[in-house]
Design a protein around this ligand. Structure first.
Ligand code: UD2
Ligand code: MN
Length: 398
C-alpha cells in the first residue's frame, strides 16, 4: 500500500514538474496572459474591489457585462486551425446592468480585459470571427466618459465574438468641435489599418444596454441607438440618426461619407440621415427592446456651441452632399498611439476656412494641449499628403 502511494506521489510530482516546465517555457515565449490564466485557475475566485463588486451586482435590469467571459482563454496557438464562430454567439446574455461607479480606473478596465491587445484589438480565442468591426469614437475632453464606455464596450463586443478594434479620434486644439469630420478621419484611418467590414460610429457617452444589439452591419446603414434613456427609450423622430450608427465601407462611400462642414453642436446627424437616402439606401434599425442605450449625463461642452446655421445647411444637403464629404476631407494626423484599450489618433482638422487658415483669431489656451498631442511642424507643401485630396477644404457658404 505504502509503495503504491509512493509511486502515485512520484507520478503526481513528475506531472507537476512537467507542467511547471511547460509554463516556464510559455512564459518565456511571451504567453503571459495564458500562464496567468492557468495560475488563476488554481487560486480561489477573486474577491474583487469595491468597484467591481458593485458592478458585478446582478439585478432585474440586466446582468453583469463581464459575467460570461471569465472562462475565455487563448486555447489555440495557431490561428489557422480555428473553426468559424457560431452564427449566434453562445456568450450573448441579453440585458446588461449599467451603472457608473465613481472609483473605476482605466487600469481596472485593462485588468478586466486580459485578452484585449495593443491598440484595443481583440479576436475570439476559440473560434474564427465571422465579422470584423471597427468602433470609431469622436472625442475631446471626455476621458471620464471614455473610461466607462471602454469598461462596457470591450466585454460587450467580446460576448458577440467579434474581431474588433476601437479607435478614438481626438480633435486636437481648442477650435469648435466637429463630430462628423472626425468620423471621416476615423473611417479613413481605420480602413488604412485593416479591411474592416463594418464601422460603428459611436458617441463616447452612450452605453449599450443589451448585447443582442449586435455590432455588425446590415445590408443598409444601421441606426443602432434607437432607444435611449434620454428620449424615454423611444425613437425621437423617424429620420433620427444620432448617437450610434453602423455602416459598411461601401455604404459609407456611396453617401460620400459624412459632412465636413458642421462645426459645433447639432444638425450633422440629420444631414447624415438624409445622405443615406440620397445615396439610394434605407435606414435599418434593431428592435426597440434591443437598441437600448444609457447616456452619461452631461452639459454642452466648451468649444461645441450650438451651430446656428444647422437648419440652413440641412436644407441644402441635396445640393452639397457630393461636393463635401469623404472626397474632400483634409486633415493632419498629429499622433497615433496604440494604447492597451484603444488606438488614439490625434488629429488637426482646421477650421471652416481650411486646414491651416485661421478665419477669426482663435484664443490660444494658456495651458498646454492634452498630453498625447504632438504639435508637429507643418509638413513641406511639396510632399502631398495622402489625406489631402484634389479639392481644398471649402469655406462654407452662408
Ligand atoms: C446628440 C447626438 C449626437 C450628435 C449631437 C449633435 C444623441 C444621443 N447624440 O448628442 O450623436 O448628433 O447631438 O452634435 O442624441 N464630443 C466630445 N467632446 C466635445 C463635444 C463632443 O468628445 O467637446 C463627442 C462625444 O463623443 C459626444 C459626441 O461628440 O458623445 C456628441 O456630442 P454631445 O454628447 O455633446 O451631444 P448630445 O449628447 O446632444
Ligand atoms: Mn451626449
Amino acid at each position: 500500500m505504502a509503495t503504491w502511494l509512493q509511486s502515485k506521489w512520484r507520478y503526481l510530482f513528475m506531472l507537476l514538474g512537467v507542467q511547471l516546465v511547460v509554463m516556464a517555457l510559455l512564459s518565456r515565449e511571451g504567453y503571459h496572459k495564458r500562464v496567468s490564466y492557468f495560475i488563476r485557475i488554481f487560486r480561489k475566485p477573486e474577491s474583487g474591489t469595491s468597484v467591481t463588486s458593485s458592478v458585478h451586482t446582478r439585478n432585474h435590469t440586466g446582468s453583469d457585462v463581464y459575467a460570461n467571459l471569465s472562462g475565455l482563454a487563448k486555447a489555440h496557438s495557431s490561428v489557422e486551425d480555428l473553426p468559424y464562430c457560431p452564427k449566434t454567439s453562445p456568450l450573448i446574455g441579453g440585458p446588461i446592468h449599467v451603472t457608473f461607479p465613481s472609483g473605476l480606473t482605466i487600469k481596472e478596465v485593462e485588468r478586466k480585459n486580459p485578452l484585449v491587445v495593443r491598440g484595443g484589438r481583440y479576436r475570439p480565442p476559440n473560434c474564427e470571427a465571422r465579422h470584423r468591426t471597427a468602433i470609431i469614437i469622436p472625442h475631446r475632453h471626455r476621458e471620464h466618459h471614455l473610461k466607462f464606455l471602454l469598461y462596457y464596450l470591450h466585454p460587450f463586443l467580446q460576448r458577440q465574438q467579434l474581431n474588433y478594434g476601437i479607435y478614438v479620434i481626438h480633435q486636437a486644439g481648442n477650435y469648435t468641435f466637429n463630430r462628423a469630420k472626425l468620423m471621416n478621419v476615423g473611417f479613413r484611418e481605420a480602413m488604412r489599418e485593416e479591411d474592416w467590414d463594418c464601422l460603428f460610429f459611436h458617441d463616447v457617452d452612450l452605453i449599450p444596454e443589451d448585447d443582442r444589439n449586435t455590432y455588425i452591419c446590415d445590408s443598409n446603414p444601421k441606426h443602432a441607438a434607437i432607444a435611449m434613456d434620454k428620449f424615454g427609450y423611444k425613437l425621437p423622430y423617424k429620420m433620427y440618426f444620432g448617437g450610434v450608427s453602423a455602416l459598411a465601407p461601401l455604404h459609407y462611400l456611396k453617401m460620400n461619407g459624412f459632412p465636413n462642414n458642421y462645426w459645433g453642436w447639432g444638425g450633422e446627424d440629420d444631414d447624415i440621415g438624409v445622405r443615406v437616402s440620397l445615396g439610394g439606401m434605407f435606414i435599418s434599425r434593431p428592435s426597440l427592446n434591443v437598441g437600448r442605450y444609457k447616456m452619461i449625463k452631461h452639459k454642452l461642452d466648451k468649444g461645441n456651441d450650438v451651430n446656428p446655421r444647422r437648419f440652413n445647411m440641412l436644407a441644402k444637403t441635396r445640393q452639397t452632399w457630393k461636393q463635401d464629404g469623404m472626397n474632400t476631407v483634409e486633415y493632419e494626423v498629429l499622433s497615433r498611439a496604440y494604447l492597451p484599450l484603444y488606438t488614439n489618433i490625434s488629429v488637426h482638422i482646421g477650421t471652416e476656412a481650411g486646414l491651416y487658415a485661421t478665419p477669426t483669431p482663435v484664443k490660444k489656451p494658456a495651458n498646454a494641449p492634452a498630453k498625447e498631442i504632438v504639435e508637429s511642424p507643418a509638413k513641406p507643401p511639396a510632399k502631398p499628403h495622402e489625406e489631402q485630396q484634389t479639392q481644398k477644404g471649402q469655406p462654407t457658404k452662408h
